[in-house]
Design a binder for this molecule. Structure first.
Ligand SMILES: Nc1ncnc2c1ncn2[C@@H]1O[C@H](COP(=O)(O)OP(=O)(O)O)[C@@H](O)[C@H]1O
Ligand SMILES: [Mg+2]
Length: 336
């Protein structure tokens, strides 16, 4: 940990219990979210990205619980153990919104259809910002919407979410999330439902906010293209484990884990032209209730051997770059 760390997650385990069976959705992950940096968490669907985010926000569904580990929010000199807070208690409610805000894939998760957009942002401001001067609050609502690039913000504030387009709703949700200038913004696939132009605009907006407020961003995505454009730091997840992590530079230039390498082969790379050999990853993610023993990626891996029946430990390959694979040297030497 260094002084810029805002959140440290240590050996987090979050499990689901259903019909007497246990799904180890997040099975011992550790990472740090740092001030003024974007940490991308990447992996296919079902890898435990959203459950990691919900664990930090303490918004887990009833069937699940944090089994082990620590989630520490470093607030100045204070270290707040989020995993020990009551999930709907006052402290946690204050942290949500005021210190740590989250934006979702579907803005309607955060926006209430029966209130105007302006009213909802105002609520956020009066609840958390302790801002009660009405005129000043109204002005702040309009300026927030304006900051998000919403045209005619004063008029838009009086409209309901259904009167907004998908991209505008996403902006309104970000406005709400940013209302209290949170230290951390967690974005869970915030642009998956939007077209590429709007996606680019939303990402640009997040970048601007990061630079302006030094916000720490945790951005969840299944898209390596997004990672290569936005990440400062990267965590690659597969079936509840971190298989590789490092700075974007380390990880994208020198991917070590066969899974990371396969993810990168499955997207077109900018500047490489049209004749790229794009290969989807072979096979599918396993049934989470019936997992392979040892390395979770083994059944799909080109480098599988008997060693893989034992879960590999984490190995530092250089600087902050870590990988969890018995056979990464072969994968790298192959150059595939
Ligand atoms: N509400 C839920 N009820 C039961 N299982 C869930 C629920 N949400 C997630 N899971 C399970 O937890 C695992 C991780 O899911 P998730 O974090 O949503 O994946 P990701 O966000 O990477 O696509 C999956 O096996 C998924 O089936
Ligand atoms: Mg998800």
């Amino acid at each position: 940990m260094n002084d810029n760390t805002v959140i440290s997650v240590k050996n987090l385990k979050t499990f689901f219990y259903q019909n007497g069976r246990c799904n180890k959705a997040v099975n011992g992950v550790s990472f740090e979210i740092k001030k003024g940096r974007t940490l991308c968490i990447v992996g296919e669907s079902g890898c435990g990205k959203s459950v990691t985010a919900s664990s930090i926000m303490r918004l887990l569904p009833d069937l699940s619980r944090i089994e082990e580990g620590e989630i520490i929010y470093h607030k100045g000199e204070e270290n707040i153990h989020i995993e020990r807070l009551e999930k709907n208690g006052k402290e946690m409610r204050n942290l949500r919104g005021q210190d740590i805000a989250m934006i979702f894939q579907d803005p309607m998760t955060a926006l209430n259809p029966v209130y105007t957009v302006g009213f909802q942002i105002k609520e956020m401001l009066t609840q958390h910002y302790k801002q009660r001067n009405r005129k000043r609050v109204d002005a702040k609502v309009v300026s927030l919407l304006e900051d998000m690039g919403i045209p005619a913000p004063a008029q838009r504030a009086r409209e309901y979410p259904h009167q907004f387009s998908g991209g505008m709703r996403q902006r309104a949700m970000i406005a709400m999330a940013m209302a209290c200038s949170p230290k951390v913004l967690i974005a869970d696939e915030p642009t998956t439902a939007l077209d590429v132009t709007i996606q680019a605009q939303i990402f640009e907006l997040m970048e601007t906010l990061k630079k302006k407020n030094d916000t720490a961003i945790m951005l969840i995505t299944h898209d390596m293209g997004v990672v290569s454009e936005l990440a400062d730091d990267v965590v690659v997840m597969y079936m509840g484990n971190i298989v590789e992590s490092g700075t974007a530079e380390e990880l994208l230039r020198h991917p070590h884990h066969p899974y990371t390498r396969a993810l990168l082969r499955s997207i077109p790379v900018l500047g490489k032209g049209h004749n790229q050999d794009i290969q989807p990853i072979r096979g599918v993610t396993p049934d989470p209730y019936n997992r392979p023993v040892g390395c979770q990626f083994a059944p799909r891996c080109d480098y599988y051997n008997a060693k893989c029946e034992v879960m590999p430990g984490e190995e530092i390959v250089s600087g902050t770059h870590c990988v969890r694979c018995h056979n990464y040297k072969e994968a790298v030497a192959d150059g595939k």
